[in-house]
Design a protein around this ligand. Structure first.
Ligand SMILES: [Zn+2]
Length: 676
């Protein structure tokens, strides 16, 4: 299933951006006049020169050819590639359903069962909110905090709402063994910054949340009065949670999200509500190694779980349960449940139900669908080609580190060791993820109960994993996704088949194009091993300091220069935060450097083609609301900035496009940096 918990991975791009898709040939069902006007006006604009705005020079015509459908929040290359995948996957799923294609594994049989349940719109409409009834009753039946404490293990096992989560996580000092994580619950607003005094976006979003949640509870059978009371309690409780959350700018690195805690301290924090007893019961023994993801939040749990807030907590549970379930219920409830997400992203309509159903199926069974897709449409030969290309980039990276002039020899060797031991996953998995074989879909039960059943499998297995070896070869991204990641505790990069399409990669593209495309993605992910987060982990994924003080000081000086390149860049009605986007910007800089140098070893490198392909891989246009929100919530900068700023560091770029002093794309040599 899609991992909804805090992820510690460094990705290429924000995940939700890639989960939307748009075929350019889709008819426009409904047009927002304002948006159309903006698009029309922009279409009339001249395409700028390379010297003026490189991103627009390469991508404007392409991006202007799209019209944003009302339910979409982005258009461009990712969406086109998603649409390619969608065409194949829809056929595959329909053929499995009709029997034209035979299920090859028992997991594919479960996939078909799930597909049928999700697409049984009539059955879902008929059931309405009925599948939630027993869970509402359980929450409403809670008498007092002691009652909840006595039911804590049941509550955790059943994945009923709680303001915290418990699950297995690789240890900082021993990344091969799972430890217990006590994680913070999700807040309503997209980021802690939205809770700051006078944040207008936060207030506006909360109004939408309030209104849609009241409507939802009413549609589920609550009186208007009760619905209002529960939702107001929920908002008050959410504010309490937010007050204990460490601001996100202080949680940038992996190690800012894992704090080892003694059993004694964990007990002190949670004994009032019986957490460690419940966990011990579910794990089968008392976990020896315990972590929290936010020390301020875990210190606040006592208060959040206290009798003072018990009524608020109960309401919060009800409203959370209702909101989290809408995607698996009737069409009426799904649409109400979409309203808040639409307010965040700026989408004007909810996704059509067949599209929402399609995405539900492919992301719930992402490894089953993805491995079949990868085998059929990507294949072993292409996989080997990408592995070869990856090794070429790794070789060049090692070469550069060997010749690095600002690190001492010992640190250089440690860095090279990280590359020697780098894990590489390409295309798709050969096996399913570890929980998938345990998913059993019961066609006699409702869709929601089946979803909950899978969530229970995930929860129970996760707790059983504590104290056990961390499973290898787990795909933490769907193989069909147009994205990639680096995992610091496994020292591993993953390149899903979804991103191994043109313009990123094709056997028909030139070397200059493939290195400008996937070569950069590979270099980007490898560089995450050497950004401020990756720098804290060694070749084995152990959290340790492998730097001399002097070398780390030199590293930090370079990050300052990097921050300065981006900080304050004005775009989308806001400004880029140089610190928030630092690691991604370092990764882009490293990717461009190493892929360019590797390309130079090939016959007839074409730098123009190289930089143009790089720009094309970022040809994406977001809705303004979504783009503005991402300035606060996303560690990745806006795509326009990720193209126009990093390319200015390279002499080859200036030569290829004739950029001179005085041109808007020009950057003074003393401000440029080749980070790695
Ligand atoms: Zn990244």
């Amino acid at each position: 299933m899609v991992n909804k918990k805090l992820t510690l991975l460094s990705t290429l791009a924000i995940a939700s951006m890639t989960m939307t898709s748009l075929s350019p040939s889709l008819p426009l069902l409904w047009q927002d006049s304002q948006l159309t006007a903006v698009l029309a006006q922009e279409s009339e604009d001249e395409i700028p020169d390379y010297q003026e705005d490189f991103f627009q020079a390469v991508n404007k015509e392409y991006l202007d050819s799209f019209e944003m459908a009302p339910d979409e929040i982005s258009v461009g290359v990712n969406d086109e590639l998603d649409a390619n995948v969608e065409k194949e996957l829809k056929t595959m799923l329909a053929d499995l359903d009709s029997g034209k294609r035979e299920a090859k594994t028992k997991e594919e049989e479960q996939l078909i069962n799930y597909y049928r349940l999700v697409n049984d719109f009539e059955g879902r409409d008929k059931a309405g909110a009925e599948p939630l009834k027993t869970y509402f009753e359980e929450i409403e039946g809670l008498k007092d905090p002691a009652d909840l404490t006595s039911k804590m293990s049941h509550w955790i096992e059943s994945t009923l709402p709680l303001p915290f989560a418990v699950y297995a996580t690789p240890g900082l000092e021993d990344p091969n063994t799972n430890e217990l994580m006590i994680g913070s619950g999700n807040l309503i607003l997209p980021d802690t910054a939205y809770y700051e005094e006078g944040n207008a976006d936060g207030l506006a979003l909360m109004d939408v949340y309030k209104e849609s949640s009241i409507k939802l509870l009413e549609a589920m059978g609550y009186s208007h009065e009760d619905a209002e009371k529960h939702v107001q309690n929920t908002i008050d409780y959410d504010k309490l949670m937010a007050s204990y959350r460490t601001p996100s700018e202080e949680r940038m690195n992996t190690s800012d999200n894992i704090f080892p805690t003694s059993l004694e301290d964990a007990k002190k924090l949670t004994d009032d509500f019986g957490l460690m007893d419940a966990v011990t019961e579910l794990v089968g023994q008392t976990p020896e190694k315990i972590n929290v993801d936010d020390q301020k939040f875990s210190a606040g749990l006592k208060d959040m779980m206290s009798p003072d807030h018990f009524d608020q907590l109960k309401s919060w549970m009800l409203v959370n349960l209702a909101n989290s379930a809408t995607g698996s219920l009737s069409e009426e409830l799904r649409l109400i449940g979409s309203e808040y997400d639409m307010a965040k992203s700026g989408a004007e309509e909810a996704k059509p139900k067949d599209k929402a159903a399609y995405e539900d199926v492919i992301y719930t069974f992402s490894d089953v669908v993805g491995n079949a897709y990868g085998e059929e449409f990507f294949g072993e030969e292409a996989r080997q080609d990408v592995r070869d290309l990856t090794n070429d980039i790794i070789d060049m990276y090692k070469e550069r580190l060997k010749n690095n002039e600002w690190l001492s020899e010992g640190t250089r060797e440690k860095a090279i060791e990280k590359l020697d031991k780098m894990g590489v996953m390409v295309g798709y998995g050969d096996n399913y993820n570890k929980n998938t074989p345990d998913y059993v879909i019961d066609p006699e039960k409702s869709l929601y109960e089946n979803v909950l059943g899978m969530a229970k499998v995930d929860q129970i297995n996760s707790l059983k994993d504590i104290g056990q070896a961390v499973a290898e070869d787990q795909w933490e991204m769907a193989p069909f996704e147009v994205n990639a990641y680096y995992n610091p505790t496994e020292n591993l990069i993953c390149l899903p088949a979804g991103i191994l399409q043109e313009p990123f990669f094709s056997e028909n593209q030139s070397d200059s194009q493939n290195y400008g495309g996937i070569g950069n993605v590979i270099g980007h992910e490898l560089t995450h091993a050497f950004d401020t987060s990756g720098a804290e982990f060694d070749a084995e994924g152990v959290f340790t300091n492998w730097w001399t003080d002097e070398d780390y000081k030199a590293f930090e000086d370079r990050t300052q220069k990097m921050i300065a390149q981006f900080d304050g860049y004005e775009i989308h009605g806001g400004k880029v935060d140089g610190k928030q986007t630092l690691n991604e910007n370092v990764a882009d800089n490293g990717g461009l450097t190493v892929a360019l140098e590797a390309l130079k070893r090939k016959d007839n490198p074409d730098f123009k083609e190289y930089f143009e392909t790089y720009a094309k891989t970022w040809a994406v246009k977001l809705r303004e609301e979504y783009a503005k929100m991402s300035l606060t919530t996303d560690e990745h900068g806006p795509v326009e900035v990720r193209v126009d700023v990093p390319v200015r560091n390279f002499d080859e770029f200036y030569e290829a496009f004739g950029i001179k002093e005085g041109d808007p794309m020009y950057m003074k040599p003393e401000d440029r940096i080749i980070f790695w």
